[in-house]
Design a protein around this ligand. Structure first.
Ligand SMILES: [Zn+2]
Ligand SMILES: [Zn+2]
Length: 123
């Protein structure tokens, strides 16, 4: 593993706030001042392909990254854009339930939540 890739992974393990690629870049640059944004993007792609990190995509938002790869749910604040984990037991396998209706082979299921975070509600 290259120093750049390790730094990207370290940043994602240290900050569990689901940063965007730009945010990862700013943090990696503090560790490796010469790193380029393109290098950070490439390493994020490779780490995601290797299932070392998870990619989180909410419609209309930049992709975010998470070093926690076990399945868990996310909620996005519609006001400030913060993405947080939801600590919840997994709900039943909705994909399997849909597949049982017979019309489709289900390839993926996405379940995401939107809300207002405690900081935005306090304003
Ligand atoms: Zn908020
Ligand atoms: Zn997460």
């Amino acid at each position: 593993m290259t120093a750049q890739r390790k730094a990207v992974l370290d940043v994602l393990h240290r900050w569990h706030d689901h940063p965007t690629a730009d945010e990862v870049f700013l943090r990696v640059r503090k560790l490796l001042p010469k790193v380029s944004l393109a290098t950070v993007y490439r390493n994020l792609d490779v780490l995601a392909e290797q299932d070392e990190i998870q990619v989180i995509e909410f419609p209309g938002q930049p992709r975010r990254y998470d070093a926690v790869t076990r399945p868990h749910y996310h909620i996005v604040c519609v006001e400030c854009g913060r993405v947080e984990d939801i600590h919840l037991d997994r709900v039943p396998d909705l994909g399997a339930l849909v597949q049982r209706t017979g019309a489709y082979e289900v390839l993926a299921t996405r379940l995401e939540f939107e809300g207002r975070c405690s900081r935005c509600r306090a304003r």
